[in-house]
Design a binder for this molecule. Structure first.
Ligand SMILES: [Zn+2]
Length: 378
């Protein structure tokens, strides 16, 4: 993922400018990209003119602003959903990324790239779709924008010449043989789905085909795979195309992601409600992240809070002028949530930024913890 490369870059002398802009906006919004960038960069230009930065830092940032502004035409011509630009002129570093998911428009300055929208854009779910069809089953996999066929199972022909012709007994024989062949065919299809799960993994599985095929096939799925089933779609297997199947998967995946997010939020709130190892709200999450206790961080929406980070040990706080752990000076940050996300990932915790409206909106941020925090520690 590109974020892993981008996060490597830090600079303590020159500011790093990060700009995210959605390319496809409101169709009624006829404002040109150049005007949108200019508006977005206005606070940054004010920062350049202020006395807050050293002379060399201000000069570098002024060039960054100009560089981004000059990219308006390129952004306009880019077919991507959104664009991320990072620039640190003084260190001769810049990156231009085309994102395949919309993010939110924002411009920020820090000692490293602002990564929170990029992490949202690079969160990809993998979906598999299996078409249970008597003659030929097909299995597809979708990861981000890539949709491809993984494999197929073609049913062996029922050799009628060896059966039938001798009244009812043999007729039944043909039928039961045909049933056995169909059963084996679906079993092989289910085995192929399990192989895909073992080899490449997927978050969601969607079942397609005629209803009878879906019903029969779903019974034969491995329990691990069955647990990933997130929907089904009836499709005419004679006229279907990969593009049509892809459309079904895209629609079902959106609902599956929303359901997944809702389930994660519910689990967090249930754990917190039962007095388990969980933190809700900024104050408790800060305590947890400083204790390196976060197993899974959940952030609701794009809300931000200002804060401070210790230059020496990384201790995070809402407004500490000096670090309570090591006594070093702190650096002010515009988005403490971004720091909490990076600290969590740095300690190999998981992060989920949910886009659905949920009961978590009230607390905005919460976490499942690796161990309970002793009361009264901050
Ligand atoms: Zn410290």
């Amino acid at each position: 993922m590109q974020v892993d490369r981008i996060r490597q870059f830090t600079n303590s002398t020159f500011p790093v400018l990060s700009v995210y802009v959605n390319r496809v906006g409101n169709p009624r919004n006829r404002t040109s990209m150049s005007a949108r960038l200019s508006e977005l960069l206005r606070p940054i230009r004010e920062l350049v003119e202020s006395a807050e930065l050293s002379h060399e830092a201000a000069m570098s940032l002024r060039s960054d602003v100009k560089n981004v502004q000059n990219l308006a035409d390129r952004i306009d011509a880019d077919p991507a959903q959104a664009i991320a630009i990072f620039s640190c002129h003084g260190a001769d570093w810049s990156e231009y990324l085309s994102l395949n998911k919309p993010v939110w428009d924002v411009a920020r300055v820090g000692n490293r790239a602002y990564l929170r929208p990029l992490r949202v854009a690079e969160t990809e779910f993998r979906s598999a779709a299996v078409i249970f069809e008597p003659r030929r089953s097909v299995l597809f996999i979708k990861s981000g924008d890539v949709f491809r066929e993984y494999g197929e199972v073609v049913e062996e022909a029922v050799r009628k010449s060896n059966y039938g012709g001798f009244g009812g007994y043999e007729e039944r024989g043909v039928r039961s043989h045909a049933d056995a062949v169909a059963q084996r065919h679906f079993k092989e299809t289910a085995d192929l789905v399990f192989r895909l799960f073992q080899e490449e993994g997927f978050d969601f599985l969607f079942l397609g085909g005629h209803q009878e095929g879906i019903d029969e096939g779903s019974k034969l799925l491995h329990p691990y795979v069955k647990a990933r089933v997130a929907g089904s779609f009836v499709i005419d297997t004679h006229t279907m195309t990969p593009a049509l199947i892809r459309d079904h998967v895209v629609g079902l995946e959106e609902a599956a992601v929303a359901a997944y997010e809702a389930k994660q939020v519910r689990e967090l709130l249930d754990t917190a409600g039962a007095g388990g190892s969980a933190a809700l709200g900024m104050a408790d999450v800060l305590t947890a992240v400083n204790a390196r206790a976060i197993d899974r961080l959940i952030v609701s929406g794009s809300f931000t809070k200002e804060g401070a980070v210790c230059e020496s040990c990384g201790w995070l706080s809402r407004n500490g002028a000096s670090c309570l752990v090591c006594g070093s000076g702190t650096r002010r940050v515009d988005d403490l949530v971004d720091e909490i996300i990076e600290a969590t990932i740095g300690e190999r915790g998981e992060v989920l930024q949910v886009s659905i409206a949920s009961a978590l909106d009230q607390n905005a941020i919460g976490a499942l913890l690796r161990f309970p925090l002793p009361a009264g520690i901050s």
